[in-house]
Ligand binder design. Structure first.
Ligand code: NI
Ligand code: MN
Length: 229
């Protein structure tokens, strides 16, 4: 399976003729090297409503006739933009046909800002996704702080690769993310949600070195880079 990092929290998984993208934020990310028009996927998974995770979801879904998978409130909101959606919620599993997806909790917020009306619409719970595909288990933690039930997620799933935020300020920072990786018993980690904005500057390579000290693998990918697992 090919794992492509598109910058910020956006990752794409590809296996044969199937592909899904998580948290597409390309057109608004100065560090992104991929244009949203070039993305070819069957599903768009959204961890929560914030714009740095959802900006290109509707355009990608529309162009590909892809289905947006998100928590009930966010999926309903997205369905009003005229795209296919699949609603789920924390603890629920579903099949995408080619992969199994479970939504797990994240400690964060989830909302959409209507700037012109100066109104904030809350979008239910934020989440993360455990994806089982082709014998591999991948976790995308979404935006989250450290929480002790990561140990429970680690006990229940044998995680080959975890995508964890390390930016600090809005999510956990590098040292909490190392603890998260230990609690999740992740074999390998790719850091997310850093360097995109001034408030979340971090050293990805230093984070990978911190993981290595704990015997955990890691890859600090640059936007546009991919790995195979
Ligand atoms: Ni967020
Ligand atoms: Mn975010």
């Amino acid at each position: 399976m090919e794992i492509i990092y598109h910058g910020h929290s956006c990752v794409q998984l590809k296996n044969g003729s199937h592909s899904l993208i998580i948290d597409p934020f390309l057109s608004g990310n100065p560090l992104a090297v991929t244009r949203p028009e070039t993305i070819e996927v069957q599903h768009v998974l959204l961890t929560h409503g914030h714009l740095d995770h959802t900006l290109d979801a509707v355009s990608i879904a529309r162009k590909n006739n892809a289905t947006i998978v998100a928590t009930f409130e966010l999926a309903t909101y997205m369905s009003w933009q005229g795209v296919n959606t699949h609603a789920m919620n924390i603890g629920g599993k579903t099949s995408l046909g080619y992969a199994e997806v479970e939504m797990v909790q994240a400690f964060h917020s989830s909302s959409i800002f209507l700037e012109e009306e100066r109104r904030i619409i809350y979008m239910g719970m934020p989440g993360g996704f455990v994806i089982k595909w082709d014998g591999k288990t991948i976790l995308h933690a979404g935006d989250t702080g450290l929480f002790s039930d990561m140990q429970l997620i680690g006990r229940r799933h044998s995680i080959d690769l975890a995508f964890l935020p390390i930016g600090d300020n809005f999510t956990m920072g590098p040292s909490d993310a190392v603890t998260a990786a230990e609690w999740l018993q992740a074999k390998s980690v790719v850091p997310l949600h850093f360097n995109t904005f001034p408030a979340i500057q971090q050293d990805g390579e230093r984070f990978v070195a911190m993981l290595k000290e704990k015997g955990i693998g890691g890859h600090a990918l640059q936007p546009g880079q991919s790995i195979s697992i």
